[in-house]
Ligand binder design. Structure first.
Ligand SMILES: [Zn+2]
Length: 126
């Protein structure tokens, strides 16, 4: 199993932020974390899941074996400033497929953030 350092540190940060918020609300457990990952965010969803699995096995956190990571993919979308054509770019600096001019505006795809999470106040004995 190859652990990607980039995703490890992102996941570590997410778990820390969510755990602190959950603890402040009196939650004992985090059941689910929804994370939005844009196609151009430089975050690999598979690596993020592996990192999450690693943290599931760590003692003393609010994340446990039955906690879930829900990755919501955000498609990349760009709009040409010259001809208003909308398209799916491969890169952040996108070239318009209609007029072949660069300088299109990226409308989505760079997002990387926690959308929401679910906590519970009970420990379940299983
Ligand atoms: Zn164009």
């Amino acid at each position: 199993m190859v652990i990607e350092l980039h995703e490890m540190s992102l996941m570590s940060e997410i778990i820390q932020i969510v755990s602190e918020d959950a603890a402040a609300r009196g939650f004992k457990k985090v059941n689910k974390i929804d994370v939005i990952v844009g196609d151009l965010s430089n975050v690999l969803p598979d690596a993020l899941e592996l990192a999450f699995m690693f943290f599931q096995r760590q003692e003393g956190s609010l994340i446990s074996e039955d906690s879930k990571l829900n990755i919501i993919r955000e498609e990349a979308k760009a709009k040409c400033q010259t001809c208003d054509c909308e398209f799916i770019p491969d890169y952040k600096i996108a070239q318009c497929p209609m007029c072949n001019l660069p300088g299109s505006l990226l409308e989505s795809g760079e997002t990387f953030r926690v959308e929401s999470y679910e906590g519970s106040e009970e420990f379940d004995e299983n």
